[in-house]
Design a protein. Structure first.
Length: 255
């Protein structure tokens, strides 16, 4: 069953990891794509790859979700905003793992600006059109860090707690419409996430995934497609997905 055929999805952070894997998975379902992120070369490469394999429409443009003016200008373009059936609020990052009294203020601001404010800026532009059309599906990338904090997780965990709260709020504020809102809360997924968190320190990043099989970006994309493809009367509001080796942020079995 493919309920997604010919729909259009806007993905933030489509240049890597979960966003990129979901773009590929949705292309396979015949979904037209609006792919965004800051790295233009990666967007171009992905568009080329997808167009050579799938008969869909793809629009790409660079977008920094922390820049409210840019978000407003680029997403407000009428041909873009009127056609969005699916919004994947995926762009996000962790920066650093310092204790609360040692944290880098620029890192804190980067996480708050991207994970909370960026998600809000995009949603504020897209949701009014979904309401006008009385249809749509918003998927927000939360995390197990949005349920439970862990040492050094402080501000990142706070931003993901905020994402969970905003997702719940979206569902409440959109009651009476056909717009569905889903939060995905993954455990460890091997992407560029840890390289970004440790500011490019490969050794530290690789250690995060040592001794067990982490989730892959494709595992999350599969879940996202399942949630989006559910019949219109089914709203999967919250989905937590973990590697089998991990049961919560602290409880992780390494060989
Ligand atoms: P990646 O680092 O692989 O991908 C992050 C994506 O976000 C990139 O495409 C990046 O694109 C984009 N991005 C970052 N900052 C901005 C910005 N200011 N404006 C626009 N795009 C931005 O990590 P993941 O795929 O793992 O992360 C995706 C989401 O999943 C994040 O919200 C993360 O918090 C969440 N998550 C990840 C988990 C994990 O273990 N990996 C677990 C739970 C949740 P570009 O740099 O080109 O702008
Ligand atoms: C990413 C998962 O546990 O590193 O959100 O915070 S974790």
């Amino acid at each position: 069953m493919n309920n997604l055929q010919n729909k259009t999805a806007l993905i933030t952070g489509a240049t890597s990891g979960i966003g990129k894997a979901t773009a590929i998975a949705l292309a396979k379902m015949n979904v037209n794509l609006i792919l965004t992120g800051r790295r233009k070369d990666r967007l171009k490469e992905l568009k080329k790859e997808l167009l050579s394999n799938y008969d869909i429409k793809i629009n790409i443009f660079t977008l920094d979700v922390t820049n409210q003016e840019e978000v407003q200008k680029k997403i407000s373009h009428s041909t873009i905003k009127q056609n969005i059936d699916i919004l994947l609020n995926n762009a996000g990052l962790a920066l650093g793992m310092g204790k609360i009294d040692e944290g880098d203020i620029a890192d804190w601001e980067g996480m708050i600006d991207t994970n909370i404010k960026g998600l809000l800026y995009i949603s504020r532009v897209v949701i009014p059109h979904m309401r006008e059309n009385n249809k749509g599906h918003i998927i927000n990338l939360g995390s197990i860090a949005g349920e439970m904090t862990y040492p050094g997780g402080n501000v990142y965990c706070a931003t993901k707690h905020a994402v969970h709260a905003l997702s719940e709020s979206m569902n409440i504020d959109l009651v009476g419409t056909n717009i569905r809102v889903s939060t995905i809360a993954p455990g460890a997924v091997e992407t560029e996430f840890s390289n970004v968190r440790f500011h490019g320190d490969e050794q530290k990043a690789n250690k995060v995934y040592e001794g067990y099989t982490p989730l892959s970006a494709d595992d999350i994309a599969d879940l996202i497609v399942y949630i989006l493809n559910a019949p219109d009367h089914v709203n999967i509001q919250y989905a937590k997905i973990m590697p089998t080796a991990q049961r919560n942020p602290y409880t992780l079995h390494r060989d």
